[in-house]
Every structure is written in structure tokens, then in C-alpha cells.
Design a protein around this ligand. Structure first.
Ligand code: HAM
Length: 426
């Protein structure tokens, strides 16, 4: 026997029960973005590798070891499956001069690819929806992005997400801090683990992320980035905080929060849940005022976030907030070839009138068709049997309540359907 093939490790099928929840989330999200004035953008899944090397940074986990990269067999271009959406949005904004007539608020949703070790909540193909506010320099937009998320969690009925907030200042402030941090860590080299030692020279700020209790002991005495911030950076952070306070959005300032991508400056934030196990970060974002210039564009400020769909969906499901699967309004049964033709037209007319209608396919007795109708979850069964056909009628049987079956003239079925449906649901 031919062996059956399986999906690639870390890349998941989303089966219908689950896919309906995805669709629900996508609809809520599209509407929510529109209400906040964000417009959709769609960028390719494949980009030049150089885009991510420049944007995310050479010394990050993503660029060092997680990208799906290859050389195109024909053009010899170095290409990569996108690991995130921000770099592509900024590239597209530069390429199409999107900011020529002013700043833009954009959103996107789609699959991203990172070659990580798969575990619960961490996949190799995963999905994000994200917002990028391009061209706005002020703390008001940072606060807007954060408040938006807070309101979405409320709308979806997801509770218990903790907002962690930090500022990582300007590149100059960070450079001075980095030098002192490296000096301090070097003086404590023997107390660092292999990972921290490796990061010490490639990306020393990421040492602050270490989960190792022994490294964290060392970090307790390390210099703190907040002490290196100038007046402008502090004022920006204060601006964000006072708007969050005014909007009633609670947060904890986490001075160790530095994020895993190098393009950030000033505000960074993450929304974290304790209900998801090790992969608890549902959303991450921040400001990236240097990215336009880094990608060869005219300098322009930017800020945004991305939400991990798989993680958010797990929270919606666990909160019992997944809507019930949509039921068909009617399931249409038929006998004989003539009955089929009539039933086919009836179903078509009802759909044109906006109803959800499943027509029985695959033959079988009326009794077996009725079983299928019941299993479909439909509110009503519409029967076009021999007798109905002879009399120009349709039988209508409520399937979800104990009520008698009625006969309706075929010519009036579509007109009367809304009322029949309402009765069946009452
Ligand atoms: P990120 O923190 O790398 O940021 O990813 C954002 C979110 O995507 C994470 O918080 C997590 O929920 C989800 N995520 C990341 N990797 C995986 C994975 N392997 N499996 C499942 N979910 C995952 C960014 O991507 C930035 N582009 C966010 C941003 C937008 N910053 C500014 N604008």
C-alpha cells in the first residue's frame, strides 16, 4: 500500500470546527481595525533575504537560525519565507511611496514562517495579524496601538492578559548602556551560562532575557537601561504611560523587556498570558523609528504590533467564547429526478434570498436523507417528494423543535421562508 503523507512538522491543518473559529476571529479583527482607521495591506510571503537581515538584525535568533531561506534556481536570488510582517510593510511603503501624502495606518493578517522547535503554542508556520502605524512620531500612536489591543481582548471576552511595557531609548542611549552592560557582564563572566556568553558579544541586551536563575542573579546587579535615558526618551515614555492611565489600561513596567528583533527604539510592549504555558506572549510590538532609513527609505517614524493567532484562538476557545458553528437554515430533500430538479431550483432561489441552504446529494431513501438533514444541524428540512411534486407543494419540517410538519405551495416557499425559519427557531 502507498504510505499516506503527512503535513510538515510544525505546520498545522486547521479542520472545519476550528476553521470556523478562525473565520470568526478574522471577521472581528477586520471590523475592529476598520473602526480604528487602519487599512489592509497584503504583501508577498516570499521576500529578498536581505530585507529581514537588515530589518530584524543579523544577531537575532530569527535571522541566525530560524529563517526558511534558499536560492532561487533560476534567478539565483537569495529568498526567504517571511518570518514576520513589519519589514514587508515598511519595504512596501518605501517601494510605493505610501507616505507621500501623509502618514498611514496599515494592518495585515497571514502566515509567517520560523524554523523553531515546535511545541504547544510555537509552530513553524503560524499566523499573525498586525498593525503598523507609519509616519507618526508621537507617544499618542504608541498608546493607541496598546489601547486597541486592550479593547480587542475585551471584545473577544479574553481576560487575564498582562501588559508589560518598557522603553529602550534611542540607539545612542542604548549604545552607551550596552558598553557598560558588557563591561559588567565581562566582570562576571564565570557566572554566566553558555548562552549568555555567546550573546554577550553578539546581542548583549538579549542576555537580559535569560530565564536561567543563576544568570538572573548576576543581572540583579547589572546597570539598568532606564538610568541611561535622556529627557526626550523619558518624556516619550511618560506620554505613553499617561495616555494608558487615562484609558484605564493597566501595565507593569518591565525594565528587562527588550524584544527579539533589533529594529525597536523607545516604546516596546508585550501582552502575556499565564494560561498558555511556556509560550505565553500573545502580542508583541513597539516603535521602530530607524527602520525606514535602514531599508533605504526616507527616514520616517513607525510603530506597530503583531498578535499570534494560534495563541489568541486558544484563549478564546478556553474562555468558552467560541461562537457555536453556524447552522444551515434548511436542508433540502428530494425523491426522483424531477424532484431533484425542483429541489435544486428551490435551494438556489433560497440562497439568492440570503439563506443558508444545503441540498442533499448522493441519493438514498427519504428516511436516510432525513437522518442526514438532522445531522447537518439545519433548522428546517424542506421535502420535495412525489406527492409534493404532484401537488406543486413543499413540505416543511422543523428539525430543532417539536412542531408539526406543514405544506406550503411551491410558489410561496421562498416568500414565506423567513417566517417559517423564525417559527422554527422560536
Ligand atoms: P514577535 O514578537 O516576533 O513580533 O511576534 C509577535 C507574536 O507572534 C508573538 O507574540 C507570538 O504570539 C506570535 N509568534 C511568534 N512566533 C511564533 C511561533 N513560532 N509560533 C506561534 N506564534 C508565534 C513580531 O513579529 C513583530 N513584527 C511585531 C511588530 C509589529 N512590531 C512592530 N510591529
Amino acid at each position: 500500500m502507498t504510505p499516506a503523507l503527512q503535513a510538515v512538522r510544525g505546520m498545522n491543518d486547521v479542520l472545519p470546527d476550528e476553521a470556523e473559529l478562525w473565520l470568526h476571529l478574522e471577521r472581528v479583527v477586520a471590523d475592529w481595525f476598520a473602526r480604528w482607521g487602519y487599512r489592509p495591506i497584503r504583501t508577498p510571503l516570499v521576500e529578498p533575504t536581505a530585507l529581514f537581515r537588515r530589518a530584524i538584525g543579523e544577531a537575532t535568533d530569527i535571522v541566525e537560525k530560524e529563517m526558511y531561506s534558499w536560492r532561487d534556481a533560476l534567478s539565483d536570488e537569495a529568498l526567504t519565507l517571511r518570518p514576520e510582517g513589519t519589514a514587508s510593510c515598511v519595504r512596501a511603503a518605501i517601494e510605493h511611496s505610501l507616505l507621500h501624502d501623509g502618514p498611514k495606518r496599515l494592518w495585515y493578517c497571514g502566515p509567517m514562517y520560523r524554523h523553531e522547535r515546535p511545541q504547544k503554542g510555537r509552530y513553524r508556520q503560524f499566523h499573525q495579524f498586525g498593525a503598523e502605524a507609519l509616519g507618526y512620531p508621537g507617544p499618542d500612536v504608541d498608546a493607541e496601538l496598546i489601547v486597541m489591543c486592550d479593547r480587542l481582548w475585551q471584545e473577544l471576552g479574553v481576560a487575564g492578559l498582562r501588559l508589560e511595557l518598557n522603553t529602550i531609548g534611542s540607539p545612542e542611549e542604548r549604545a552607551r548602556y550596552r558598553a557598560d552592560l558588557v563591561r559588567y557582564l565581562e566582570a562576571n563572566l564565570e557566572r554566566l551560562d553558555a548562552d549568555a556568553r555567546r550573546r554577550l558579544y553578539t546581542n548583549p541586551l538579549r542576555v537580559l532575557d535569560s530565564k536561567n536563575p543563576r544568570v538572573r542573579e548576576v543581572l540583579a546587579g547589572a546597570p539598568v537601561l532606564a538610568d541611561y535615558l535622556g529627557a526626550d526618551s523619558r518624556a516619550h515614555f511618560d506620554g505613553v504611560r499617561s495616555l494608558l492611565d487615562a484609558a484605564g489600561v493597566a501595565y507593569v513596567v518591565n525594565p528587562r523587556l527588550v524584544r527579539g528583533l533589533d529594529y525597536y527604539n523607545l516604546t516596546v510592549f508585550e501582552w502575556v498570558s499565564d494560561a498558555l504555558g511556556a509560550q505565553g506572549t500573545v502580542c508583541g510590538g513597539g516603535r521602530y523609528d530607524g527602520l525606514f532609513a535602514q531599508l533605504g527609505g526616507r527616514p520616517a517614524p513607525g510603530a506597530g504590533f503583531a498578535v499570534g493567532c494560534e495563541r489568541l484562538i486558544a484563549l478564546v476557545r478556553d474562555a468558552g467564547r467560541a461562537p457555536p458553528p453556524p447552522r444551515p437554515d434548511a436542508y433540502v430533500l428530494q425523491q426522483s429526478a424531477d424532484g431533484f430538479a425542483q429541489a435544486f431550483l428551490l435551494a438556489d432561489e433560497l440562497r439568492a434570498a440570503g439563506f443558508r441552504v444545503v441540498q442533499h446529494a448522493g441519493g438514498g431513501s427519504l428516511k436516510s436523507q432525513m437522518k442526514k438533514a438532522d445531522a447537518s444541524g439545519a433548522w428546517l428540512a424542506l421535502i420535495v417528494g412525489e406527492e409534493e411534486l404532484a401537488r406543486g407543494e413543499v413540505s416543511v419540517k422543523p428539525l430543532r423543535r417539536n412542531a408539526p410538519q406543514v405544506r406550503v405551495p411551491r410558489a410561496e416557499t421562498v416568500r414565506r421562508f423567513a417566517q417559517l425559519l423564525q417559527e422554527a427557531k422560536s
